[in-house]
Write a protein that binds this ligand. Structure first.
Ligand SMILES: Nc1ncnc2c1ncn2[C@@H]1O[C@H](COP(=O)(O)OP(=O)(O)O)[C@@H](O)[C@H]1O
Ligand SMILES: [Mg+2]
Length: 367
């Protein structure tokens, strides 16, 4: 019953929006991406702990700490702003694969910013996106890339900053968070590892945790039902099936960030090795061989594999010569280095977790 409702909910969204989008996307994907990248005005609030000056971005948008804290309980608001981090320099082009998620984020963040008048009524941007999937495939990275490249204020909130053991404090912090987001809109709230905050309610749950979830839900509803507020909530989790059903419903787009397929693995290997100038000595055929040999490896596993392979030429060297060797004189990587690395770097993915994620994606998500 519930699942068919969710499926209908998703189907109802797809026709108009996606048809329109696929046209825009196929015709102007790279244009949008370039426009997006060139609009790289730092959007993070990025108030760092020691230096409480407004950032360049805040100054340029006329957003300052005082504006952000308008109507916010100062005790909780100040603490929140101090914990907001992030200006990592990750760009969307650095994230391999994840095409569905990139598209959803573009629809929700980038295209509406280019021409807000187009995105009204049925085309109103989605207000909740849940990124779920096995660890190490780019959920956090994607959110950071959006943070870096979009023009919007990005509030990166950890579960620990929202939870407090004191009765009433978590709710106040959550209210402060949503008020800050409202003051700063258009804005994005990113909650990584959202499962640690909002798992399904259990009988033995503490009063503090129950009240915190209830407040979160109330605020989420307020933000998602208002047609004027432009607050996007992005959640990321490895265990979406543990989330409270009521929370899931507030994330109408639920996107699986899956393990990379062979093509995506080859792309990541190529990109990683090229970035570190270690591609010389490996042919396209070698890269394809490595990609074929790394079924079930996550992107993070592949990066670990490259690091391990990069160590082999050093291990082959005479120890006495290491101190005097010029880095440029170290031999190029060979496919045999990867063969050796493959024996020690294994896929971290847990088959049971994958099964649960795929079944969740079939039931309630999109791939
Ligand atoms: N799609 C990707 N493209 C490039 N690198 C990736 C990708 N996914 C993961 N990585 C690498 O793995 C690391 C961990 O990724 P992360 O985004 O934290 O994974 P998740 O949040 O899904 O667990 C990143 O810092 C990056 O080095
Ligand atoms: Mg993560």
């Amino acid at each position: 019953m519930k699942n068919s409702y969710l499926r209908k909910l998703q189907r109802r969204q797809s026709p108009n929006f996606l048809d329109f989008y696929s046209w825009v996307y196929s015709n102007s994907n790279s244009v949008c991406m370039h426009a997006f990248i060139s609009l790289k005005i730092c959007m993070n609030i990025c108030l760092n702990k020691n230096k409480k000056q407004p950032t360049k971005f805040q100054a340029s948008r006329g957003v300052n700490r005082k504006d952000l804290l308008r109507g916010v309980d100062s005790k909780f608001g100040e603490r929140l702003l101090d914990e907001i981090l992030d200006n990592t320099g990750v760009r969307l082009v650095d994230v391999s694969g994840c095409d569905t998620a990139k598209r959803a984020l573009e629809e929700a963040v980038i295209l509406p910013a280019l021409n807000p008048s187009l995105f009204q009524g049925l085309r109103q941007p989605v207000k909740g996106i849940l990124l779920f999937g096995p660890p190490g495939n780019g959920k956090t990275m994607l959110a950071k890339a959006v943070a870096h490249e979009s023009e919007q204020v990005f509030l990166n909130i950890s579960a620990s900053s929202l939870t407090s053991k004191w009765v009433g404090e978590s709710e106040k912090t959550i209210r402060a968070l949503f008020q800050v987001a409202k003051n700063a809109q258009p804005s994005i709230i990113f909650i990584d590892e959202i499962d640690s905050l909002l798992t399904a309610r259990k009988d033995n749950e503490t009063e503090v945790s129950r009240r915190m979830k209830t407040e979160f839900m109330v605020q989420l509803d307020g933000a998602s039902s208002s047609t004027e507020d432009r607050i996007l909530i992005i959640g990321a989790t490895n265990r979406p099936y543990e989330l409270d059903d009521a929370i899931l419903r507030r994330f109408p787009k639920r996107i699986l960030i899956d393990l990379p397929d062979e093509r995506a693995r080859a792309e990541l290997l190529h990109k990683t090795l090229a970035k570190h100038k270690m591609l010389d000595g490996l042919t396209d055929y070698d890269i394809r061989w490595i990609a074929r040999s790394t079924d079930f490896y996550s992107n993070a596993d592949l990066v670990a594999l490259c690091k391990e392979a990069a160590m082999v030429p050093i291990r082959d060297m005479d120890r006495n010569k290491i101190a005097k060797t010029d880095g440029r004189k170290i031999r190029n990587l060979r496919v045999s280095d990867f063969k050796e690395a493959l024996s020690s770097v294994k896929p971290s993915c847990n088959p049971k977790l994958m099964e649960e994620l795929i079944s969740f994606a079939d039931r309630a998500g999109q791939k």
